[in-house]
Design a protein around this ligand. Structure first.
Ligand SMILES: Cc1cc2nc3c(=O)[nH]c(=O)nc-3n(C[C@H](O)[C@H](O)[C@H](O)COP(=O)(O)O)c2cc1C
Length: 339
């Protein structure tokens, strides 16, 4: 089915076909068509103190405004990560800001956290019917100066906490100036302290602690990754998501659009995402929750990510190239005993 649809979608500009598809999924959500969908692959796994119906999740960035999550949930995901949502609405970078690299099954994007802000996001999430695990990914507004970044994150955490099964702190988008600097040094330590205080207050107020994850970049040096991992685990961060998009262009610089600014995702990002996963698993021991994302466009790549140490995986670019059937294929493969 998707093989028939894809050429039509690929004739449109990437962001136009994204908006069109998401608009259709949002309409399907409003019409409650998701209630007609077949049940997802059943392969329950305990992680982060939650029961995930299966190991395959939607990666952040596809449904930034929580417009279509009911219909997305009906595609068979065990979990969905919505956002990145920032405290205030912001337009993102000028268009065009999303590019296909079909020769490499890849995308480059420099969206820049275009989103409607917390208020409409939460209005939609409050009406949730979706019964899988719902993660909410939070970020900082572009206009917020780096030294006040923690205020954006704590504000967003306070707002989403009650509605999220888990919360992801996104420190790794390459498209918000200075964001990735928050992954290291004093800025990282200060952010962890601020988040820790906010979590304590929320646990007192709401009687529950939503697991908190940090999403990291693949472009950190290995030693910095190890330092980040150790510090995060020590300071009570419940899990890591690896990886966001990469600044590396070595695999695609010869291709049309290969030199566009932004983050590269899809097949060329897979090898480094695997390396980072293996490094994190070695650093953090066998039980620490790790979600693997980056270039998973085939069941074998999902198996490789799990073999490298991920308990759960997420998809984004693979969906664009392979279609929604990828979700169940990957979920079935991960449910089966390793061949
Ligand atoms: C168009 C686009 C927008 C994205 N927006 C976000 C975002 O808002 N927040 C985030 O944490 N990751 C975002 N990502 C990164 C993905 O969640 C994922 O980490 C990355 O694309 C690697 O996975 P993939 O190769 O399966 O796409 C975005 C990716 C793409 C392609």
């Amino acid at each position: 089915m998707y093989a028939l649809l894809r050429p039509w979608l690929f004739r449109l500009a990437p962001e136009t076909s994204h908006d069109l598809t998401l608009g259709l999924l949002a309409a399907a959500s409003r019409l409650q068509l998701d209630t007609l969908a077949p049940a997802p692959v059943v392969d329950p796994i305990q992680c982060l103190g939650l029961t995930f119906p299966n190991r395959v999740g939607l990666a952040a960035g596809l449904d930034k405004d929580a417009r279509a999550f009911e219909a997305l949930g009906a595609l068979g995901f065990g979990f969905l990560e919505l956002g990145t949502v920032t405290p205030l609405a912001q337009p993102g970078n000028p268009k065009p800001r999303m590019f296909r690299l079909p020769e490499a099954n890849a995308l480059i994007n420099r969206m820049g956290f275009n989103n409607e802000g917390l208020e409409p996001f939460l209005r939609r999430v409050q009406r949730r019917r979706y019964s899988g695990v719902l993660g909410i990914n939070i970020g900082k507004n572009k206009v917020t100066p780096a030294e006040r970044a923690a205020e954006d994150y704590t504000q967003a955490l306070q707002a989403v906490h009650r509605h999220a099964d888990y919360v992801t702190v996104n420190l790794s988008s390459p498209n918000t100036p200075g964001l990735r600097d928050l992954q290291q040094g004093d800025a990282f330590a200060e952010l962890l302290t601020a988040l820790g205080h906010t979590r304590e207050a929320l646990a007192d107020r709401e009687g529950r602690r939503a697991p908190l994850l940090i999403k990291i970049a693949p472009d950190l040096h290995d030693d910095d990754l190890k330092g980040l991992a150790a510090q995060a685990a020590e300071r009570g961060v419940d899990g890591l998501i690896a990886c966001n998009t990469t600044l590396s262009r070595s695999a695609v610089e010869h291709l049309p659009h290969g030199e566009e600014a932004g983050g590269l995702s899809g097949a060329p990002a897979h090898a480094r995402a695997l390396e980072v996963m293996a490094l994190l698993r070695a650093e953090l021991g066998p039980a620490y929750p790790l979600i693997g994302v980056g270039g998973i466009d085939h069941p074998d790549r999902a198996r490789a990510m799990v073999a490298a140490g991920a308990q759960l995986v997420q998809l984004y670019t693979g969906l664009i190239y392979e279609g929604p059937g990828l979700v169940a294929r990957v979920a079935r493969a991960l449910a089966a005993p390793a061949p």
